[in-house]
Design a protein around this ligand. Structure first.
Ligand code: HPA
Length: 275
């Protein structure tokens, strides 16, 4: 058997030995939004370091555990502590948990992130539903040995962001009074932010927001035919949109301000999602 598949089965077997929860929805939450995991009822927490073959979280302040349980009447699995390419992980590592969560049963992936607005009509604090993406990380997590059991070799990315989930999120957003935008998310490797010239270029090729995550996970989720909903929290205007420097502090500060609305929004979506 291919090594990746054997490793995944060992990871899943380990989790199955700890809990029989079969999650319907997988959640990968961006910086500051992990607080949602605290609302999971009857949580079963499994440290990444105990799961065979799982990448290990290295960033301070990240717990590094999978949390399985019930949220808004849905069986969920969430990553408390996620992996970024800019931290030095390979795309194979970053996407490994997505494959595990899919093999545990999750058919829907809700993925959130922080992003800078390229689109000048966006405002800091808006939430952007991702309608499509541009992979400026310039690497594909599916490159390399192909494992037939995990999906097709050449994955169609036309409908990567599920239209029904987008419609549902729009409806819920209106009801909840959330400031919603829709747009194209572009991810670069980071960790440096973009230059103003890069942002002008990305605007020209159709990007609305810039970030450093999410796309590898979505590619792997699509290979495994998960339905994906992606939401960006617009934490700042991208480089050069305003005539001032970007600050990570502003990113954190906006996330903190928006957190409660963001969590309320995601929960309201979960309540209405059809599995
Ligand atoms: N660029 C890239 N990643 C980000 C940004 C940005 O402006 N803001 C938050 N994450």
């Amino acid at each position: 058997m291919k090594t990746l598949l054997r490793n995944l089965r060992q990871s899943v077997d380990y989790i199955h030995a700890v809990t029989d929860i079969a999650p319907q929805v997988a959640l990968i939450l961006g910086s500051g939004m992990g607080a949602l995991a605290r609302d999971i009822r009857n949580p079963v927490k499994i440290s990444y370091e105990n799961i065979p073959h799982f990448p290990i979280a290295t960033v301070e302040g990240h717990a590094g555990e999978l949390v399985l349980g019930t949220l808004c009447n849905r069986k969920v699995v969430t990553m408390s502590g996620r992996f970024h390419y800019y931290e030095g992980y390979s795309l194979l590592d970053i996407t490994y948990p997505v494959r595990v969560m899919r093999l545990l049963g999750a058919a829907v992936l809700v993925v959130t992130n922080a992003a800078g607005a390229i689109n000048r009509s966006f405002k800091v604090g808006d939430l952007m539903l991702i309608t499509d993406h541009i992979n400026n990380i310039k690497q594909d997590p599916l490159r390399g040995e192909h494992v037939d059991d995990l999906g097709v070799r050449f994955v169609d990315m036309t409908y990567s962001y599920d239209r029904d989930l987008l419609a549902l999120a729009e409806r819920v957003g209106r009801k909840e009074g959330v400031r919603l935008q829709k747009g194209v998310y572009l991810a670069s490797s980071g960790p440096s932010y973009e230059t103003p010239a890069e942002i002008r270029g990305y605007a020209a090729i159709g990007a609305d927001a810039a970030g450093m995550s999410t796309i590898p996970e979505v590619i792997v989720a699509r290979q495994m035919q998960m339905r994906v909903l992606g939401v960006s929290c617009i934490t700042n205007m991208a480089a050069g949109v305003l005539d001032r420097a970007l600050s990570h502090t502003e990113v954190i500060e906006t996330t903190r301000k928006v957190r409660a609305d963001f969590i309320r929004f995601v929960k309201a979506i979960l309540k209405e999602i059809r599995i």
